[in-house]
Design a protein around this ligand. Structure first.
Ligand code: SF4
Ligand code: SF4
Length: 401
């Protein structure tokens, strides 16, 4: 390798300040990354059209091919790590749409997340992410201290959950922070479908976990992520199951590509949980006439493969198959929110969300439903009125919760 030892990196962000660039890059390059970056080098950019970052930014530097080529050149010592190189690796949302079209099933997000770790260890972290993990570790959340959870239909949060249950509900952080009343609604819903109350685990009264730790992983802080994950697993030891609407949490605890590794916790997405009990669904509200289109969120779809479960559940709620986008399932475009992309490239991120909303209007829809509170927030951020709603929200509406 041609890399020379670098200047002493920023101690605030570097995990091992005495390591040389060569050491760090070698430690973060495995056979999978070596093989996939080599395949990309010789590919005529077959997946370029599918990449949301390339589309939103209209530049070649951020195509999957270019990201992987840059990583290859850094790893073989041709390109020196730098602020600019590190920043480039953040122009990936981890959406996996490129993988849909790749004959080699190259896992670009896995490579990019690993590249972020090595760049961070070498002292390079984009400005918009500085301080993020410090704040995250202070609140166990990327959103600061959590708001109070209000009562719904006269039910207080402590009435609808049972602290002794071994079945846990852990809300998606975006739902918890931006729609806190939904926590009580989901608690009532889960009692209906489980047959008894479940336990709530979330950030409350300045204690508890508001997130699974994915922002630490996305910002390249692997050591902080592993510490956080160990604390998270300890806190939930003894639980039989965690039910969550946070698809990233489920992806982290599933074997497979990108970010997952099986841990001691059994984790299930709430869409899976409800779809398994679909015969119990008898909606109290008729939703059949609503022009709602289904957006397959990247994490619910390409990461967790919950395409059928989502459709089964929504068809039971609406009494008919959900309206589909012309680009759906594994070819659904990303709304631009994931992987810290909104912090890195806010305008491009919002362009992607606007594109999806415009596509909905062109294809005859009035609302979008999706399985991720993060996508709901991203889509509503660019709309005059709230056009997007969560699958969980739709289930609650169907049961007048
Ligand atoms: S990810 Fe696959 S399709 Fe895309 S550039 Fe690399 S080899 Fe080609
Ligand atoms: S995972 Fe998505 S954002 Fe990342 S390179 Fe592939 S298509 Fe682009």
């Amino acid at each position: 390798m041609k890399n020379k030892p670098m200047e002493k990196p920023d101690a605030q962000i570097a995990a091992s300040p005495d390591a040389t660039a060569c050491d760090v890059l070698e430690r973060h390059t495995d056979a999978t990354i070596d093989k996939s970056t080599t395949y990309c080098m010789y590919c005529p950019k077959l997946c370029r059209f599918s990449c949301p970052a390339a589309e939103a930014e209209s530049r070649e530097t951020v195509t999957p091919w270019a990201l992987m080529r840059l990583l290859k050149l850094v790893n073989d010592g041709t390109v020196e790590p730098s602020e600019e190189v590190a920043e480039t690796f953040y122009h990936c949302m981890g959406c996996r749409r490129c993988q849909t079209w790749c004959n080699h099933e190259n896992d670009v997000p896995y490579a990019m997340w690993t590249a972020r770790e090595s760049m961070r260890e070498l002292g390079f972290l984009p400005d918009p992410l500085r301080g993020l993990d410090r704040e995250f570790l202070q609140y166990n959340s990327a959103f600061g201290e959590a708001p109070e959870i209000p009562a719904v239909h006269g039910f207080e949060v402590d009435e609808v959950f049972d602290p002794d249950s071994t079945i846990i509900y852990m809300p998606d952080p975006e739902l918890r922070y931006f729609s806190p009343k939904s926590v009580v609604r989901v608690g009532i819903l889960l009692e209906m479908f489980h047959g008894s109350k479940v336990r709530l685990e979330t950030r409350r009264n300045a204690t508890g976990f508001g997130d699974s730790g994915f922002p630490l992983l996305s910002s390249g802080n692997r050591s902080a992520y592993e510490d956080y994950r160990a604390r998270f697993e300890d806190a939930f030891a003894g639980a039989d199951l965690i039910i969550t609407d946070n698809a990233q949490l489920v992806a982290e605890y599933r074997d497979g590509a990108s970010f997952g590794r099986k841990g001691p916790l059994e984790v299930m997405h709430i869409i899976e949980f409800l779809a398994e009990r679909v015969e119990m669904i008898e909606p109290r509200v008729d939703l059949s006439g609503d022009a709602i289109m289904l957006h397959d969120s990247c994490f619910v779809g390409r990461h967790l493969n919950l395409y059928e479960q989502t459709r089964t559940l929504l068809e039971a709620l609406c009494g008919r198959p959900m309206d589909e986008f012309s680009t759906n399932r594994a070819n659904a475009p990303c709304c631009g929110a994931a992987g810290e992309y909104h912090r890195i490239a806010p305008e491009a991120s919002e362009r992607l969300a606007s594109n999806r909303v415009e596509q909905m209007r062109r294809e005859g829809g009035e609302k979008i439903v999706c399985g991720s509170a993060m996508c709901v927030r991203a889509l509503n951020r660019v709309s005059d009125t709230d056009v997007a709603l969560d699958v969980v929200d739709l289930v609650c509406r169907a049961f007048e919760l």
